[in-house]
Design a protein around this ligand. Structure first.
Ligand code: NAD
Length: 287
């Protein structure tokens, strides 16, 4: 049987020139993933909220991340580096989710990698959990992924290549009290991940979920006082006895670790990995 040549192996492993959307990438895990994919030579569509000047600084910063695959990049990528654009599309609004995909195709010609990452949290007991928070969390953390995947899959099928990564959570596998909407949305996104994986398996597309444990981002910083109130603890107790207590490594997962996991799931080595929930949780869900 013929062995792949070194040239073929290099081409197969190069992600340079691919186009990625990362929803909710103005901070935290999404930004970590956007930076990691930019380092692989991909053009990036950033998305999320925040101060517009800060976001423009972030966009420029992502654009100058030197692709570490320079040797295997196309002429254009070698000459001009990668491109990063930004869209303020609101992931709670289906029409804006769909137009984020359209805007990316307008700007960069296609979508090869879709990372559904935007997410929000609210921590409160079920009997007082505000119904509007439930709706908001389900729409941003779950429904937006459905609309984005639905819009991105036809082009991926046409080109017979695509990577869909849903940023779920350890809370897609296990529950914690006071997080009813979040845990429901994250369990739901695993079902969506598996279904899309099956529907796209013969088209060169993979669909996987990354399930991070606790990462110290603004989302977690905000829930520390909320959890302290809900459980009658101090904030220090919440960090030590609730958050890090769940993780046998007793340290927060980093955004860089999640970024590198996403890069791996885009790589040729992960071409047969589809429909999985990949915990990156310091051993939390091994218990
Ligand atoms: P973060 O608050 O740092 O970032 C959230 C991002 O989503 C921001 O860019 C924000 O602007 C964006 N966003 C919020 N609402 C939006 C909307 N309506 N439309 C578009 N963008 C919106 O939070 P993070 O911790 O980086 O969380 C990112 C993802 O990782 C979420 O899906 C979260 O559930 C998941 N996650 C986080 C942790 C953790 O410990 N931080 C653990 C597991 C999973």
């Amino acid at each position: 049987m013929q062995q792949p040549s070194n040239d073929a192996l290099t081409r197969m492993t190069s992600l340079a020139g691919k186009v990625a959307i990362v929803t909710g990438s103005t901070s935290g895990i999404g930004l970590g993933i956007a930076r990691a994919l930019a380092a692989q030579g991909m053009d990036i569509m950033l998305n999320g909220f925040g101060d517009l000047e800060d976001i423009e600084r972030t966009r420029r910063d992502v654009e100058v991340i030197c692709p570490n695959v320079q040797a295997t990049c196309s002429e254009a990528v070698r000459a001009h580096g990668i491109r990063a654009a930004y869209s303020r599309a609101d992931m709670s609004k289906p029409a804006e989710v769909t137009s984020l995909v359209a805007e990316t195709i307008d700007k960069f010609g296609r979508v090869d990698v879709l990372v559904n990452n935007a997410g929000v949290q609210h921590v409160e007991a079920i009997e007082s959990f505000p119904p509007e928070k439930w709706d908001q969390i389900i729409s941003i953390n779950l429904t937006s992924a459905f609309h984005a995947i639905r819009a991105a899959v036809p082009g991926m099928k046409q080109r017979r290549w695509g990577r869909i990564i849903n940023v779920a959570s350890a809370h897609a596998l296990v529950a914690s009290p006071y997080k009813s909407a979040y845990v429901a949305a994250k369990h739901g996104i695993l079902g969506l991940t598996k279904t899309v994986a099956l529907e796209t398996a013969e088209h060169g597309i993979t669909c996987n979920a990354i399930c991070p444990g606790y990462v110290l981002t603004p989302l977690v910083e905000k829930q520390i006082p909320e959890t302290a109130r809900a459980r009658g603890l101090t904030e220090e107790q919440v960090i030590r006895d609730v958050l890090l207590h769940a993780q046998p490594t007793r340290r927060f997962v980093t955004v860089e670790e999640i970024g590198m996991t996403a890069s791996f799931l885009c790589s040729a080595g992960a071409a047969s990995i589809t429909g999985i929930a990949l915990p990156v949780d310091g051993g939390w869900t091994a218990q």
